[in-house]
Design a protein around this ligand. Structure first.
Ligand code: NAD
Length: 268
């Protein structure tokens, strides 16, 4: 254990699967007390129990990030158990595709926005007071490469992630202005091999309704490094932003995408 976040208390939403689970694991390995929350009440508790067995300080709380009432309860519980919150990782998110935007229902648009954007707003609104009590911390919002550039057939998703990017910068300015010691940044993964790709409803590949998307196949040509990323490769970026090594970093975006945002390469 190298202890890069030793003694810190961290909350990770969407912590039961994929990128969130890797973040929970890595932050705990590096010495943090981690509270993972998720609507997945099967894999979340299982992950926490497995990590506790390995000697890590990890607990699980069920949470739907769209419920303001639940946000108040979760933060109150963390206050009671730990008395502080140093790291808020707003990671929970979903992707809803549509071959054309005219085929997207308003209900799907709203559901995606409620989780990807309202959930992040609520995470900030409810975590800031507890973070401020103890002189600061780090808020990390999970955006996407789709928050930096457009994504055909994932335009609603892209809209939520672009909003998260500017929300992070705005909260970074608010915190800097009041001088509360809280840094706020966004993370922008490219194509990462997690269960999310199997959950995207409708034909976001353009290959028809519910066509499965293989992230590795997608990434092979779309990504300059020629492969999909792994959840742990995003977790390492989050660890940096959570730790004091990034103490002079706020209002910025960390792109972890195998080079996709930089341009394209022609493979022989
Ligand atoms: P995932 O599906 O493996 O994990 C997402 C988790 O969020 C799941 O455990 C799910 O149960 C949880 N969740 C969904 N709705 C929720 C709600 N209402 N309240 C609480 N939890 C909820 O996906 P992932 O790839 O690990 O995605 C994590 C984040 O990374 C998301 O915000 C996603 O948009 C972002 N992201 C992923 C990729 C990628 O290629 N995998 C790329 C860019 C950005």
């Amino acid at each position: 254990m190298t202890g890069q976040v030793e003694g810190k208390v961290a909350l990770v939403t969407g912590g039961a699967s994929g990128i969130g689970a890797a973040i929970v694991d890595l932050l705990a390995q590096e010495g943090a007390s981690v509270i993972a929350t998720d609507i997945d009440e099967l894999n979340g508790p299982e992950l926490a129990a497995r990590l506790r067995k390995a000697g890590r300080d990890v607990s699980f709380l069920p949470q739907d990030v769209t419920s303001e009432e639940r946000w108040a309860e979760v933060i109150a519980e963390i206050g009671k158990r730990h008395g502080r919150l140093d790291v808020m990782v707003s990671n929970a998110g979903i992707g809803i595709g549509a071959p054309s935007i005219v085929e997207m229902s308003l209900a799907d648009w709203r559901r995606q926005t409620a989780i990807n954007l309202d959930g992040v707003f609520l995470s900030v609104k409810h975590s800031l007071p507890l973070m401020r009590k103890h002189g600061g911390g780090s808020i990390i919002m999970m955006s996407s490469l789709a928050g930096l550039r457009g994504a055909a057939s994932l335009s609603g998703y892209s809209a939520t992630k672009g909003a998260v990017r500017l929300f992070a910068k705005s909260i970074a300015m608010e915190c800097a202005q009041v001088g509360d010691g809280i840094r706020v940044n966004s993370v922008h993964p490219g194509i990462i091999d997690t269960p999310i790709w199997g959950k995207i409803p409708t034909g976001a590949t353009g290959a028809g309704q519910n066509a499965p998307i293989d992230p590795e196949e997608r990434a092979r040509f779309a990504t300059p490094l020629g492969r999909a990323g792994q959840a742990i490769e995003i977790a390492h970026g989050v660890l940096y932003l959570a730790s004091d090594a990034s103490r002079y970093v706020t209002g910025t975006e960390l792109v972890i995408d195998g080079g996709m945002n930089a341009g394209g390469v022609v493979r022989q």
